[in-house]
Design a protein around this ligand. Structure first.
Ligand SMILES: NC(=O)c1ccc[n+]([C@@H]2O[C@H](COP(=O)([O-])OP(=O)(O)OC[C@H]3O[C@@H](n4cnc5c(N)ncnc54)[C@H](O)[C@@H]3O)[C@@H](O)[C@H]2O)c1
Length: 319
């Protein structure tokens, strides 16, 4: 393959795995990340050390520094930008809106501008299942309306889709948006429930169970997300949006049982009402992704969670 892929957010969870998969099949990969402290930067540094050992460099920089981003693209001439760097997390966006405006709006426009000024560079960017907001029709289809946002995070991801569409229309930038559904796996994100549940159950601390476990999530294993993203890079569509989800939603209650089984210990539960910004269910219709990307998620929660727990135990011992 002759691709050169600039992976933004390469020190992050998904970027770390994507960078490795691309390099393993012969692509040239350049990483980019600002190593912010939204969660423990030691985890980002450790991922980066692994990438470095494989010959993948992660350049330290911020999306909001346009000149530096522009210079990096001029020097490395990527054929594709896999844009994963963003301020993630629904709950954090309730109290910290500015972080999202910076990275997800200003930073996103900088990436679009770079693509505009380097014609031929295809943009594949991370959107989110959060864009479905208050949508109650299940499963969520790319055809469904996404104009009722319930969190600032979702609103910035929806804005990304709208901004990308306008750059495609005005300047012909090839843009593909990937709506990821609750991604989990080894080297995962400490701010997400699967991580904190595992940590707390192991440490004998209570887990926060929102809405009495009556939430539903379409948990998607990292390798399946990476496979879908790699296919989207290869397709480099003109302008398309894809759901990348497992298509097998489970209740929070069932999810807790799977984590308890993998850890080998029962959870202490703190029952809490539904949180602001949360949605009661996510469930991906993947028909379009199956057809266009050959996307076939393979990993069940029962297979994926034990893999995460194994990694978590090793990681927590190594710190
Ligand atoms: N993990 C999920 O379940 C999930 C679900 C839906 C969408 N997404 C999206 O997928 C993408 C990757 O998510 P992730 O789970 O790997 O998150 P992550 O937080 O682990 O990775 C994002 C990386 O981007 C970097 N970053 C943030 N702002 C930056 C900036 N201004 N300049 C440079 N780097 C910056 C961070 O340091 C981090 O390493 C994000 O866009 C996220 O919104 C993730």
């Amino acid at each position: 393959m002759t691709h050169t892929v600039l992976v933004t957010g390469a020190a992050g969870f998904i970027g770390f795995h994507l960078a490795q998969a691309l390099q393993a099949r012969g692509n040239r990969v350049i990483g980019f990340d600002n190593f912010n402290n939204y969660y423990d930067p030691r985890l980002k540094r450790a991922r980066t050390a692994q990438l470095k050992a494989l010959g993948i460099e992660v350049i330290e920089g911020d999306l909001c520094h346009f000149a530096a981003l522009q210079q990096l693209v001029q020097q490395t001439k990527p054929t594709h930008i896999a844009h994963l760097a963003a301020q993630a997390g629904v709950r954090y966006s309730i109290d910290n809106p500015q972080a999202y405006v910076k990275s997800n709006l200003e930073g996103f426009v900088n990436v679009l501008e770079v693509c505009r000024h380097h014609p031929g560079t295809a943009l594949i960017y991370a959107s989110s299942s959060s864009v479905y907001g208050a949508n109650t029709k299940l499963p969520f289809s790319e055809q469904d309306p996404t104009d009722q946002q319930v969190s600032l995070y979702g609103a910035t991801k929806k804005s990304n889709e709208v901004l990308a569409a306008s750059y495609h229309h005005l300047y012909g930038v090839p843009v593909t948006g990937l709506r990821f559904f609750t991604v989990y796996g080894p080297w995962g994100r400490p701010d997400m429930a699967y991580y904190s549940f595992t940590q707390n159950i192991i440490e004998g601390k209570a887990i926060k169970v929102f809405n009495h476990g009556k939430l539903q999530r379409d948990f998607t294993y990292i390798d399946d997300i990476v496979a879908g993203t790699v296919s989207a890079i290869d397709l480099s569509a003109g302008h398309e949006i894809f759901n990348l989800g497992n298509h097998r939603p489970v209740t929070l209650e069932h999810f807790i049982h799977v984590v308890e089984k993998a850890v080998g210990r029962a959870a202490i539960r703190e029952e809490l009402p539904m949180q602001a910004g949360d949605v009661s269910a996510t469930y991906a219709d993947i028909g379009h992704s199956q057809q266009r990307l050959g996307f076939e998620p393979k990993t069940t929660l029962e297979e994926g969670i034990p893999r995460f727990v194994r990694w978590y135990r090793e990681w927590s011992l190594s710190k």
